[in-house]
Design a protein around this ligand. Structure first.
Ligand code: ARG
Length: 463
């Protein structure tokens, strides 16, 4: 029987009841709801809406239920309409009439909004932990490979030499922004507590919502009851942060798939993170990376579903909002899985340093350095650029590279060339001389790694 059944409402059609219930999805809100309920009961006691003994008994029993849930002892009755109904039923079973008092001055509308915020905050924090682990693993690998030269690309065309370490640190920056975005989500969640807004218009009981906010760790109660029960912005912000994070993971996955192909051969994915083919015995497929790329679409779908769900909803609560939970949970679960895979996935990806170096040697990646060499001798850059273009054309038609041109050949194009050109266009020089902050020079990458480690390993830092 639903907690709301009374003589005024006839029994529901059973299929309609099944369609309406959500306990399979929202059972995971159990602990968050118990915490919210404890805050509510405590405040009701302080405000003398309940007697101190009633409030104490409620709080104690709710706490016992938390402990039983944590140790797997609490048996959830899945015939209840939702987890909020189950909690009230269970309290009533344990405390009789006192259990029925928990719902004084609240509605499931403010209750569910509160439980979702508490749950979402925990989830965002544990995703941050996962990202931190991934970032530190990327830093460790970047340190190992900070001198490993490889081609850097624009337009998927070889452009300038970089290092594998420099490349890995690009993802560290993406993950750091993801970490920060989750921090923003947490900050927004913390700003306002919906509890006390009631169904939509608060209550006639003298609630002290500031007290409840303080008990539950929120900065302030929400200031408009209609908005409080209708608002799902925090969920949209969370989903947006997850969608961007998924996009980053997908780019990493895509690049690794590409690089593991015979065509590039830059990395080798160990067997622990690849699969075989049922027909082609020689195949090693990057299924895990492909799934990471594929699941990104699913997370985008979750975001789009909730945006679409919200766009036409009249104030205040509408049952459509029940659907929001499943989408947010799906995105959280998907991203939790993906982020936790990252560290081992990276460790199972071995760069082929020789292949990378060889590729960096083809395609005139040091052409900019040749132009820069002339520019440093006082030639205006645009002229140096043209001269280098002429040199490249000459190299191409004579099957030469900038390294194999003789000094006489160089000087035919510009008399400023001297022996120093060979040093200037050496791939190692190209990388080591790019010492501008954020650049590929090993010392810059080392500095970057150090800053990131300090950020994540210094306890005093703020998100
Ligand atoms: N299961 C509902 C949900 O998740 C709880 C709120 C029900 N409120 C109502 N007015 N029917 O949204």
């Amino acid at each position: 029987m639903a907690i709301w059944s009374n003589k005024f409402h006839q029994a529901m059609n059973t299929s309609a009841y099944d369609f309406n219930q959500s306990i399979q999805v929202d059972a995971r809100l159990l602990d968050a709801d118990l915490r919210g309920s404890i805050g509510h009961a405590k405040m009701l006691g302080n405000q003398e809406v309940l007697t101190p003994s009633e409030a104490d008994q409620l709080c104690q029993t709710l706490q016992v239920m938390r402990e039983e849930y944590a140790t797997g002892k609490l048996v959830i009755d899945y015939s209840c309409e939702d987890i909020h109904s189950f909690i009230e039923e269970e309290l009533t079973k344990r405390l009789g009439a006192i259990g029925k008092k928990i719902h004084t001055g609240r509605s499931r509308n403010d209750q569910v909004a509160t439980a979702m915020k508490i749950y979402a905050k925990d989830a965002a924090q544990s995703l941050q932990e996962g990202l931190k682990k991934a970032v530190l693993t990327f830093c460790d690998q970047a340190e190992v490979y900070k001198e490993t030269i490889m081609p850097g690309y624009t337009h998927l065309q070889r452009a300038q030499p970089i290092t594998y370490g420099h490349y890995l640190m690009a993802y560290v920056e993406m993950f750091r922004r993801d970490y920060g975005r989750l921090g923003d989500v947490i900050k927004r969640i913390d700003q306002t507590l919906p509890l006390g807004a009631g169904a939509l218009a608060t209550t006639t009981f003298p609630l002290d919502r500031f007290q409840t906010a303080e008990f539950l760790g929120f900065e302030s109660p929400s200031l408009n009851s209609l908005d409080a029960v209708a608002d799902r912005d925090y969920s949209l912000e969370f989903l947006s942060a997850l969608a961007v994070m998924a996009m980053h993971l997908s780019r990493y996955a895509e690049e690794t798939i590409l690089w593991a192909s015979q065509e590039f051969h830059f990395v080798h994915i160990e067997d622990t993170f690849s699969t075989g083919s049922s027909i082609m015995p020689q195949k090693k497929n990057a299924d895990i990376h492909e799934l990471m790329r594929g699941k990104t679409g699913r997370v985008y779908g979750d975001l789009m579903a909730v945006l679409t769900l919200m766009k036409g909803l009249p104030l205040t609560y509408n049952k459509d909002l029940q659907e929001e939970k499943e989408r947010l949970f799906d995105a959280i679960d998907t991203m939790t899985m993906m982020v936790s895979l990252l560290p081992e996935m990276l460790k199972a990806t071995q760069p082929d340093t020789e292949a990378m170096y060889k590729a960096a040697g083809k395609g005139f990646l040091n052409a900019t350095d040749c132009a820069d060499y002339l520019t440093a001798k006082g030639i205006p850059f645009r002229e140096a650029y043209q001269t280098t273009g002429d040199l490249l054309q000459y190299c191409q038609s004579h099957q030469k590279t900038l390294e194999t041109l003789t000094l006489e050949e160089y000087q035919q194009f510009d008399p400023h060339f001297d022996e120093g050109i060979y040093q200037a266009i050496d791939l190692k020089t190209c990388v080591y001389k790019r010492q501008v902050l954020g650049g590929p020079a090993p010392q810059c990458v080392a500095d970057h790694i150090q800053r990131v480690r300090a950020f994540f390993l210094d306890d005093k830092k703020v998100n």
